[in-house]
Design a protein around this ligand. Structure first.
Ligand SMILES: Cc1cc2nc3c(=O)[nH]c(=O)nc-3n(C[C@H](O)[C@H](O)[C@H](O)COP(=O)(O)OP(=O)(O)OC[C@H]3O[C@@H](n4cnc5c(N)ncnc54)[C@H](O)[C@@H]3O)c2cc1C
Length: 715
């Protein structure tokens, strides 16, 4: 906290202390006012403007400094100035005072509170940013929340000061009127309790609930408006139609069938979507074969002088297809039909909020449904680089068709998909150049993660070119060349095959979204609210098509919310919870993360401590010949609360599970440290990282006393 903030807090604390030390509170009692009422009224008759000014200033000071007495002052306002002027003066004075208190809290404490509790406050901040005025209005109408608390707490949130001002003024008006009116009858009131009768409290509570009811009404009106031009069927053939049978669509349909809804799943290409056919499954199968080769090359490290590998790339790719075929029954039409899902193999098009046209080999038919979940996935993004179309390219969709190993491969993109495929092809013997325009690969991870992966890539013979922007592709004398810009000059990279892996873009066109006017976000995903609801309250989206993450496990996670909200929405909806999202990049060394890393914590100004355990010191890693990498844990300063974990090393993704569980259920490092981990396993690294944290927080003073105790015992 800087000195100006500290000074302000000191001034306020001194004024508040003076208030209590001098017992100024005695002037803010009904008895005192009643004893002085005649004199005050006489003064007001002689100096009406000055009386109003003094009253206004005192009111602002009391509320601005969050001192007790505002309720009595409001009554006094009514007694001195009558209902109209009393209400006007109190309304402005209380709002101004409240805004001052709000600004003090914002100036002095907000940064600190947000840095300490930013992660926990994320959802509240987002809610306030979106509907802050609405929350505040509700709080203002319910007088059981002390106003000074509301002023201070709101100052710590992102609500705009102007919004705070005007919502407070309007929200407090009803209460102000009630109190000022009561003040006009002051002679008959003996205590504040008389004003807050149960009847009045119920009226206030009703007033408080009013905005919530109003919000429901507004949502219903909005919904009516979007549905207005669409004829609604009298009855529906099914409860739910799911578009796309990838990770999101399959889980959505599974849950719907499990809760006995009538659900239809429509898939136009291959059951299992991206993950099974062109994503996780084939990539991990290919990585496995490549890893075997890498181990064989490293055989002398393991005491085996020579291990020769002979392979045909086509056979490796055939194995990849075999793996897909082996996993495929999990996602098959037969399995889902058996689970009670009506599966249609065809293309879906939303023709109204309640109808979907399914086109199959037999023709098109229209199905009616109460709700729809869009799970249409994403596809590789291909940037419009001059010459790319002409030279031809592979993407993560088409690379699996290769049967011949490219001799010289250029991989465009340093993200997870580009990096996994770069290393894999290099291990098979392709001469790979990875081109990334950012300053480093795996840019979302901490710099030392990128450094370690880059170092390994280079060690394995990969040319990693960062800060290189692919500018143009040309073919010269039968040779393909990528021209990339680097530091203002051009680099020429000859190659045989280029693989484009620069990101993925959601599938949002060609199946009715444009006709229904369902908007897309700036990230070009389908726009949804926190409950995954689109513009139409009965149409939801999940998975890559909705973002913000593009993983199989997040698609499945969202699917639960989409299906439950779509089926039970009128009664209860759930906001998708993204508080603990893990992921892994399956390069070697493997990289896994959950929650914050250091670069994000710094960017977002979140205070944190870092504990790092080097896996190079771990017995099992040494025995396995994989003594490299680290476990890095971010914790809240001085607290046993995990903010995030990054693991680099062998089986990092598997190791991370313990921390994912810990974060999800609020388990701290002390508990991890107090848990037996099997010796010798890689999982011990998690415990040792907790040990690093514990050591840094050892109670040094207490230990010094304990040392003295032992010395005394020794005599
Ligand atoms: C190379 C690669 C490796 C990956 N590795 C991992 C990994 O290791 N771990 C991980 O978690 N994630 C990984 N992913 C990401 C993961 O594959 C996706 O996040 C996941 O598949 C998204 O699932 P989804 O259901 O949203 O979309 P998809 O799986 O893309 O499914 C969408 C389906 O909708 C169908 N569809 C679209 N429009 C229509 C229509 N109009 N009518 C009918 N059907 C339609 C499509 O044909 C498709 O089958 C990887 C991705 C790639 C490309």
């Amino acid at each position: 906290m800087n000195s100006r903030k500290l000074l302000l807090l000191l001034v306020i604390a001194s004024l508040a202390s003076a208030f209590f030390a001098l017992d100024l509170g005695r002037f803010f009692s009904l008895d005192y006012f009643k004893s002085q009422q005649a004199a005050i009224e006489a003064y007001r008759a002689a100096h009406p403007g000055l009386t109003a000014g003094i009253f206004f200033a005192v009111y602002v000071a009391v509320t601005g400094l969050s001192l007790p007495g505002a309720a009595i002052l409001t009554l006094v306002g009514g007694a001195i100035f009558g209902l109209l002027w009393g209400a006007v003066i109190v309304s402005f004075a209380s709002t101004l005072g409240a805004t001052l208190a709000f600004l003090v809290a914002r100036f002095a404490l907000r940064d600190w509170v947000q840095s300490q509790f930013g992660v926990r406050l994320k959802a509240i901040n987002a809610g306030i940013e979106k509907e802050g005025g609405f929350y505040l209005f509700t709080l203002r109408l319910i007088p059981i929340f002390p106003f000074f608390v509301i002023n201070l707490v709101m100052g710590l949130t992102p609500i705009r000061a102007w919004t705070f001002y005007w919502v407070s003024q309007i929200g407090m008006l009803a209460g102000t009127l009630v109190y000022v009116n009561a003040g006009t009858q002051l002679a008959r009131i003996d205590s504040l309790r008389g004003i807050l009768s149960p009847g009045l409290l119920i009226s206030f509570a009703l007033l408080g609930v009013f905005p919530l009811i109003a919000q429901k009404i507004v949502s219903a009106v909005k919904a009516r408006r979007v549905y207005a031009k669409w004829p609604k069927p009298k009855r529906f053939d099914r409860n739910l139609i799911v578009i796309g049978a990838g990770s999101a669509g399959l889980v959505t349909a599974y849950i719907a069938a499990a809760v006995k809804a009538k659900v239809t799943l429509i898939e136009k290409h291959r059951m299992g979507g991206d993950c099974l056919n062109t994503g996780c499954v084939p990539s991990k199968a290919l990585i496995r074969s490549a890893k075997l080769l890498s181990h064989m090359r490293r055989s002398p490290e393991f005491g085996i002088r020579k291990a020769a590998a002979e392979f045909d790339f086509a056979e490796v790719m055939d194995r990849v297809q075999r793996v897909i075929r082996e996993v495929a029954p999990h996602d098959s039409v037969e399995r889902y039909t058996g689970l009670g899902v009506d599966v249609i193999e065809g293309a879906a098009k939303i023709t109204s909020p309640w109808t979907v046209e399914a086109t199959t080999a037999e023709g098109a038919r229209t199905l009616t449904t109460r709700a729809i979940v869009i799970a249409a996935g994403a596809r590789p993004f291909v940037p419009p680089i001059p010459g790319l179309e002409e030279v031809g390219y592979l993407t993560s969709d088409t690379v699996w068709n290769l049967r011949e190993l490219p001799k010289r491969l250029v991989v465009l993109g340093g993200g997870p998909i580009g990096s996994e495929l770069t290393q894999t092809f290099a291990r098979f013997g392709s001469q790979v150049t990875q081109v990334e325009m950012a300053p480093r690969i795996l840019i979302r991870e901490d710099p030392e993660v990128s450094e370690r992966v880059t170092a390994r890539f280079r060690q394995e013979g990969i040319q990693v070119l960062v800060n290189h922007r692919a500018k143009q592709f040309v073919a010269e004398n039968g040779e393909k060349i990528l021209i990339a810009e680097h530091d203002g000059s051009d680099t020429r990279i000859p190659f045989d095959t280029v693989l484009v892996a620069v990101g993925r873009v959601a599938n949002t066109t060609g199946y009715g979204l444009e006709e229904l006017g369902i908007p897309a976000t700036r990230a070009r995903t389908v726009e949804t609210d926190d409950c995954l609801q689109t513009l139409y309250p009965n149409i939801y989206a999940a998975g890559d098509v909705a973002g913000p993450y593009q993983f199989t496990h997040t698609a499945a996670h969202q699917a639960w919310y989409a299906s439950v909200n779509a089926l039970f929405g009128p009664f209860k909806t759930f906001k998708a919870d993204y508080s603990v999202i893990p992921w892994s990049t399956f390069v070697d060394p493997e990289v896994a993360r959950v929650g914050l890393n250091e670069q994000e914590a710094k960017e977002r100004g979140i205070a944190h401590e870092v504990s790092v355990y080097g896996i190079d010191d771990l017995d099992r890693a040494i025995a396995d010949g994989e003594a490299h990498g680290f476990v890095k844990v971010l914790t809240a300063p001085g607290k046993d609360r995990i903010l995030g974990v990054t693991i680099v090393g062998e089986h990092a993704g598997d190791l991370l599970a313990e921390y994912v569980l810990a974060m999800r259920h609020g388990i701290g490092l002390n508990k991890i440290l107090g848990t037996i981990h099997i010796y010798p396993t890689l999982a011990e690294a998690n415990k040792y990282a907790a040990g690093v944290w514990k050591k840094a927080h050892a109670p040094q003073k207490l230990l010094a006393w304990v040392e003295r105790f032992h010395a005394w015992r020794r005599g």
